[in-house]
Ligand binder design. Structure first.
Ligand code: ATP
Length: 338
């Protein structure tokens, strides 16, 4: 089935070219693209879960506007579970248009494959470029990033999992990419991720999951909402809600016989594993010749982990600027001027 996507209503900057693109405009652009040797420019922000990719994308997109962001987190493409999948909040987007963020109904599409993402995101990116805006690709799903960016994509070759030698990882890309990789020392990131899980629970992750499971789905390991079912938090709490169905136990204390703590423990462990795997995949791309510029956010996480510090702190902000934002601004500036 064909999926329809919303067009952005708000532009980040008033200097933007008018958005007068029709479907024929998109075709024209593709035609133009094929006959021109110069590739279209794109900023790509990579990094493990929790490293601050969204924040960096907004800080840069508001500075180098007009820009638009294409999400490449495979769980955030679906509608629903906004807290659990950690989608950037609407007010934090600072009017920068976002694409592929909560756009797909997992009841309709099941699971969005990397090939489908490639096909659809390509059109969106052509459209962004035809409106004279700079596309940012932002999100931690390396299979999505890879499928979209390589010149030739083979859906049958899984370049990240299993025993694939790095020769099979392509470094021929169809865009002129500026890669920013937000990284951190792993032990420090692990500690920060544990803390972030607690923050997400405080923000209402438990309630969100209770609503997700507040149906007859618990006993049917069905294909329904196949995509979102894999989001960290869903399988872990599925066990809990099987024991304590959300409708039945509404309003009661969530901590029951250690089942809640067990789910939280599993979420923290699985989040750490995800981060580690994502960094492994990024390093595989780098070994294959992808020109990734690494930005080290460790100092920022160290500061955030200190007692009493919170994300509104100005100390934290200045460390972020010095270690991550300023070097990124310089890299992007040079790249766009080239
Ligand atoms: P692969 O396709 O090999 O699983 P990938 O690079 O495509 O990896 P990842 O982003 O690493 O995709 O996601 C792998 C798994 O991690 C997802 O299936 C999901 O379980 C979990 N995950 C990823 N992103 C999120 C998220 N935003 N929220 C919750 N869980 C997530």
């Amino acid at each position: 089935s064909k999926r329809r996507r919303r067009r952005p209503i708000l532009a980040a900057c008033t200097t933007a070219a008018p958005a007068t693109v029709s479907s024929s405009g998109v075709q024209q652009h593709n035609h133009h693209h094929r006959h021109q040797r110069k590739k279209d420019k794109m900023i790509v922000i990579m990094g493990a879960t929790g490293t601050g990719k969204s924040r960096l994308s907004i800080d840069l997109a508001t500075r180098f506007c007009p820009c638009e962001i294409v999400n490449s987190d495979k769980m955030q493409v679906y509608k629903g579970l906004d807290i659990t999948t950690n989608k950037i909040a609407f007010h934090d987007r600072r009017e920068v248009p976002h694409h592929f963020l909560g756009e797909f109904d997992t009841d309709e599409v099941g699971e969005l494959s990397p090939s489908e993402f490639r096909e659809q995101a390509e059109l969106t990116i052509s459209d962004i470029i035809s409106r004279k805006r700079t596309p940012f690709l932002v999100g931690g799903s390396n299979s999505f990033v890879y499928s979209l960016l390589v010149e030739e994509y083979d859906p049958d070759s899984d370049v990240f999992n299993g025993l694939v030698n790095s020769n099979s990882v392509s470094s021929e890309l169809r865009y002129d990419c500026c890669f920013l990789w937000v990284d951190s020392s792993l032990p420090v990131l692990y500690e920060y991720l544990d803390k972030r899980v607690d923050v997400m629970l405080d923000l209402g992750m438990f309630r969100e999951l209770a609503e997700f499971f507040d149906s007859d789905e618990l006993d049917r390991d069905s294909e329904i909402r196949a995509g979102l079912r894999k989001a960290i938090g869903v399988p872990e709490f599925q066990k809990y809600f099987k024991k304590y169905p959300p409708g039945k136990y509404k309003g009661l204390d969530r901590v029951r016989g250690g089942a809640y703590e067990e789910a939280v423990r599993e979420i923290k462990e699985n989040t750490r594993q995800l981060a580690k795997r994502q960094i492994g995949k990024i390093m595989r791309l780098r070994r294959a010749g992808w020109d990734l510029r690494r930005l080290d956010a460790t100092a920022m996480f160290r500061l955030l982990l200190m007692d009493g510090s919170d994300e509104d702190d100005s100390d934290w902000r200045s460390v972020w600027e010095r270690h991550v934002l300023e070097p990124s601004v310089n890299i992007v500036k040079r790249f766009l001027e080239e």
